[in-house]
Design a protein around this ligand. Structure first.
Ligand code: FPP
Length: 242
């Protein structure tokens, strides 16, 4: 497909929602919904590769998700581990580097080990970056950044005046990444839910009633088409003054 003239977002971030609803509508277990959701992850990674979206960030497990029943957390963690093992070859074939943002130290040791292996195996890939937000919460990330800056001031490495937007950005998990251009949320929810609050300040937002397990190339193209029509002013005005 020719995409040369399209304004393709460099970074898409997705709040994957509705696995549970998708499952209950079909009389299936929540685990079945998450399993189907993992399949959507595979499809969307492929679509990003096809359309030249360089950065894809997925909200796979929030700090709030630790409040879910232990059995569901176990299912999600084991699905994640399996996904990583089964998809390493795909990531390599597509030239995608894996990275993680969030409180990784809270994840089960086996998952951490698998993540480390896949991150090391894909570290030299340059075509795209798949970032999994795991045990991630934007407010906690901002608090951590503030603490790190305060510690640097205390050590005399930085003056308070040197705490700029750039300096704070360098202390976030996403340091070195471009901000998301487009944030997608599925299952008809219209909240950011503590996801990339700082980084998404100017992101375009696209929501769909489709639950995450039904999200595929078709919905991805719809979101891209909508994004290409938007005029991003970043608080300013366009040449036409619109
Ligand atoms: C939201 O559905 C989804 C999640 C909490 C987790 C997302 C997880 C996956 C897509 C599966 C595995 C992930 C990877 C990266 C392979 P929900 O359970 O909140 O749905 P509901 O609101 O309908 O209950």
């Amino acid at each position: 497909m020719a995409t040369a003239n399209l304004n393709i977002p460099r970074h898409i971030a997705i709040i994957m929602d509705g696995n549970g609803r998708w499952a209950s509508e079909r009389g299936l277990s929540r685990s079945a919904g998450h399993r189907a959701g993992a399949e959507s992850v595979r499809r969307v990674v492929e679509a990003c590769n096809e359309f030249g979206v360089q950065y894809l960030t997925l909200y796979a497990f929030s700090t709030e998700n630790w409040r879910r029943p232990a059995a569901e957390i176990r299912t999600l963690m084991s699905l994640l581990g399996r996904f990583l093992k089964e998809r390493t070859a795909d990531l390599q074939r597509q030239g995608i580097r894996l990275q993680v943002i969030g409180e990784v130290e809270r994840l089960p040791v086996l998952v951490r080990r698998t993540l480390d292996q896949v991150m090391a195996a894909t570290a030299a890939n340059t075509r795209g970056v798949l970032t999994l937000a795991l045990s991630y919460g934007s407010r906690a990330e901002l608090v951590r950044a503030a603490q790190r800056l305060a510690a640097r001031v205390q050590r005399g490495e930085l003056t308070p005046e040197q705490i700029t937007e750039e300096a704070l950005g360098r202390e976030l998990y996403t340091a070195g990444m471009p901000d998301p251009d487009l944030i997608i949320r599925t299952a008809n929810e219209r909240r950011l839910s503590n996801f990339l609050l700082w980084q998404g300040s100017y992101a375009e937002f696209w929501v769909t009633p489709v639950c995450w397990p039904d999200f595929g190339r078709e919905q991805f193209v719809e979101a891209l088409a909508d994004y290409t029509c938007r005029v991003r002013r970043y608080g300013g005005v366009t040449d036409a003054g619109s």
